[in-house]
Design a protein around this ligand. Structure first.
Ligand SMILES: CCC/C=C/C(=O)SCCNC(=O)CCNC(=O)[C@H](O)C(C)(C)COP(=O)([O-])OP(=O)([O-])OC[C@H]1O[C@@H](n2cnc3c(N)ncnc32)[C@H](O)[C@@H]1OP(=O)([O-])[O-]
Ligand SMILES: NC(=O)C1=CN([C@@H]2O[C@H](COP(=O)(O)OP(=O)(O)OC[C@H]3O[C@@H](n4cnc5c(N)ncnc54)[C@H](OP(=O)(O)O)[C@@H]3O)[C@@H](O)[C@H]2O)C=CC1
Length: 291
């Protein structure tokens, strides 16, 4: 079957030539998908997370697949000293950093009253503290070197509106969104852009195992609440990320781009649920109203 147009690479060859990009959580899921495309477009990529074996395996596969330069560095984004080492190792290997992608995250579904304070901490620490640790370490480096840069934060649609049953994640992602918009203004004078992507449902092992475990998975179809009635493809998210970190997006600053098939608006409109009505029902309703 032919690949759908939205699942095909978008930018021209060499669009990211000469750029060095750090992707936190780059060994799996969407981080891996973005890394793959960045490499195909000519960037050098440093992938980091806690599990070095996963990172090394991904790096080896992507070197073979793309012929690009990818370095695996172990780093727990919650620990500032490890983040500083990640920055130093990147510069040692590639001489510069042009883009930081704050993609690492943790999440699971739970009624909030069932959470211990530690369960709340673990998510907020990875998502919010991890993002500001990396932003601060890389931002300080850029400012000291008088070098421009781009920060791309991966948030979620519920960063703006909140969501029940993933409250630590929603709380932390809202903070990352505030970080994006605040620094878009404050650090623009240094030539640093801050942008974000708010994805809807994109199937990954990491997300699906924690957000749609059985028996939920067999009862709830993630595509059902999406007006376009499908989940996202990894390549279309990678296309958007590559554009936002490229020089083609130089005038985009402080923007959060939603890529969710319209899902977040579906719950918002008071009458959106009328989608359930059949044509016969509409005939009846119209007759009653016009009477
Ligand atoms: C599509 C929508 C948007 C998607 C967004 C995403 O981000 S998708 C990205 C998805 N990708 C990822 O998430 C990837 C990264 N995720 C991970 O590495 C892990 O899932 C983790 C670190 C988040 C939790 O792992 P772990 O349990 O090994 O961590 P730990 O041992 O450090 O425990 C800390 C505390 O949390 C407690 N607790 C844990 N589970 C539950 C639960 N279900 N219920 C209640 N509580 C729970 C646990 O009991 C402990 O508290 P205690 O008992 O000490 O008071
Ligand atoms: N998939 C989806 O539908 C959606 C995803 N998102 C966002 O997309 C991003 C990627 O998620 P996805 O690919 O689905 O899930 P994954 O679980 O595959 O990705 C999360 C990554 O974060 C890394 N990570 C977790 N904790 C830490 C830490 N303390 N330090 C460093 N790295 C860490 C993990 O690696 P390791 O365990 O080795 O540390 C893993 O590679 C996240 O920001 C998520 O919130 C947003 C909306 C929807």
């Amino acid at each position: 079957m032919a690949t759908a147009p939205y699942a095909q690479p978008m930018l021209r060859d060499g669009a990211l030539d000469g750029k060095t990009i750090i992707v936190t959580g780059g060994g799996t899921g969407l981080g891996r998908a973005m890394t793959t495309y960045f490499l195909q477009l000519g960037a050098n990529v440093v992938i980091s997370s806690r599990k070095l074996d996963v990172l090394e395996a991904t790096a080896a596969e992507l070197r073979t697949q793309t012929g690009g330069k990818v370095l695996a560095v172990q780093c727990d984004v919650r620990k500032y000293d490890e983040v500083e080492k990640l920055v130093a190792r990147t510069i040692e290997e590639f001489g510069r950093i042009d883009v930081l992608v704050n993609n690492a995250a943790g999440n699971f579904i739970s009624p909030t009253e069932r959470l211990s304070n530690k369960a709340f901490d673990v998510i907020v620490d990875i998502v919010l503290k991890g993002s500001y640790n990396c932003t601060l370490a890389v931002g300080k480096h850029w400012i000291k070197e008088q070098q421009p840069g781009t920060i791309l934060n991966i948030v979620t649609t519920y960063a703006s509106v909140g969501s029940a049953f993933v409250v630590p994640s929603a709380t932390a992602k809202a903070g990352v969104l505030a970080l994006t918009r605040s620094l878009a203004v404050e650090w623009a004078k240094y030539g640093i852009r801050s942008v974000a992507i708010a994805p809807g449902p994109f199937p990954t092992e990491g997300a699906w195992s924690r957000l749609f475990p059985e028996p939920l998975a067999s009862k709830l179809d993630p595509a059902a609440s999406v007006p376009l009635k499908r989940v996202g493809s990894h390549q279309e998210l990678a296309n958007l990320a590559a554009f936002l970190v490229s020089d083609f997006a130089s005038y985009i600053n402080g923007e959060v781009v939603t890529i969710d098939g319209g899902e977040w608006l579906n719950g918002a409109g008071e009458f959106n649920k009328l989608e359930l009505l059949t044509s016969d029902m509409w005939d009846m309703i119209e007759k009653t109203m016009r009477r």
